[in-house]
Design a protein. Structure first.
Length: 105
């Protein structure tokens, strides 16, 4: 299904995608080596695919438990000041949730 979306819905093999992202050239042609996802300096929570898939994870914190969210039950994924993330990934940059989404004019 992802191949169809990358070729039919947007067609990454044609401009403007191939011009803006030349590294996409040949992406849809299998070269025999498995493709890998890369994550660096990331917090990854409850993502089984990272543990079982083709991932190259560096300087990241992968966990199946709450790493110190303000209130995950209410979908508040900001991190508390005492979150383990800051100890595990000193270079971690918090997501500015207050700047994401619709903004008042």
């Amino acid at each position: 299904m992802w191949q169809e979306k990358l070729l039919k819905d947007v067609d990454i093999t044609k401009p403007p995608y191939i011009e803006r992202y030349p590294q996409l050239k040949g992406f849809m042609e299998f070269a025999g080596e498995p493709r890998r996802n890369h994550a660096s300096a990331n917090l990854i929570v409850k993502c089984r695919a990272v543990q079982t898939g083709n991932w190259n994870v560096t300087d990241s914190f992968v966990t199946d438990t709450d790493p110190g969210f303000v209130n995950a039950a209410k979908l508040d994924f900001r991190l508390r000041d005492d979150s383990l993330v800051f100890a595990k990934i000193p270079s971690f940059i918090e997501i500015p949730f207050e700047q994401i989404g619709l903004q008042p004019n």
